[in-house]
Design a protein around this ligand. Structure first.
Ligand code: HPA
Length: 277
């Protein structure tokens, strides 16, 4: 088995052969946002399966792909968008979960924008709210950095202060204002899943300082900070968390709210990405 470094170098060589541009931003598209990748122009579409070592999604009918391109009109950075995310709850290792992000950062992207769907724990959050992640609690019990450190990627003990970059957060707020949107803020608790939380777990998470809860993001952010990339994280609150909500949680509700918020989320995302041009 090749080392992580060798695998990343092989993936990057294959990506460069398909598109020589160096992306400014690596973008992870969360639930309901995958179609954003198809709106990019001057686009190179690369199915994960066509690049050595890229981790592929296991949900049938949702083949993962990378799209390298630019926003439709106006100034745009080169964006490398991952449509199709790999989750720990599918049984993937933390290394697999972060592999595609690591590949894009190795390709040269210095900014990572991660998006997700999350449950709202804070009583001030409502379904449909777009929320900037200010910090996280990694409660998955796993880390993409466990095992031997790959020194060429980053240090053994990376700092996680300001993991969600203050300058990018400022840029996001300015972008939200420019498109007339309200952008909330909160601390994201990342759990393994795949069951939703119990009401007792949500009370625990609230006491721990969490405003949002979800089953993704934290591993990718840890890997990106290890590699020194700047990170921006955004959640769409798709439901009130268990026990906060008067009714049972369902994936259908999460999908429905994500769908309803999609156009707003995409408009905000575009404004933020433009700010990175
Ligand atoms: N909990 C965990 N993950 C989620 C939720 C939730 O309430 N909503 C969307 N993803």
């Amino acid at each position: 088995m090749n080392t992580l470094r060798e695998r990343l170098d092989e993936s990057v060589a294959a990506l460069r052969a398909r598109d020589a541009r160096v992306p400014t931003v690596a973008l992870v598209l969360g639930s309901g946002l995958g179609a954003f990748a198809d709106t990019l122009v001057d686009a190179t579409v690369i199915p994960f399966a066509e690049v050595p070592h890229l981790a592929n999604v296991t949900v049938p009918g949702h083949a993962g792909k990378l799209v390298i391109g630019r926003l439709k009109e106006g100034p745009s950075p080169v964006v490398a968008a991952l449509a199709g995310r790999i989750h720990l709850y599918e049984g993937h290792s933390p290394d697999d979960v972060v592999y595609n992000v690591r590949a894009l950062l190795t390709l040269g992207a210095r900014n990572l924008v991660v998006t997700n769907a999350a449950g709202g724990i804070s009583p001030t959050l409502r379904p449909g709210d777009l929320t900037l992640i200010t910090d996280h609690l990694n409660l998955t019990g796993r880390s993409p950095l466990s095992g031997p450190n790959e020194d060429s990627l980053g240090p053994r003990f990376p700092d996680m202060t300001d993991a969600y970059d203050p300058a990018l957060r400022k840029l996001a707020h300015a972008a939200a204002e420019s498109v007339g949107q309200t952008l909330r803020e909160g601390v994201y608790a990342g759990l393994l899943g795949p069951s939703y939380e119990t009401p007792a777990e949500i009370r625990m998470l609230r006491a721990m300082g969490a405003d949002l809860v979800g089953m993704s993001t934290v591993a990718e952010v840890i890997a990106a900070r290890h590699m020194g990339a700047r990170v921006l994280g955004m959640s769409c609150v798709t439901n009130l968390a268990a026990g906060v909500s008067p009714h049972a949680l369902s994936h259908a509700e999460v999908e429905e709210t994500a769908r309803a918020a999609r156009d707003r989320f995409i408009a905000l995302l575009e404004a933020i990405l433009r700010g990175l041009a």
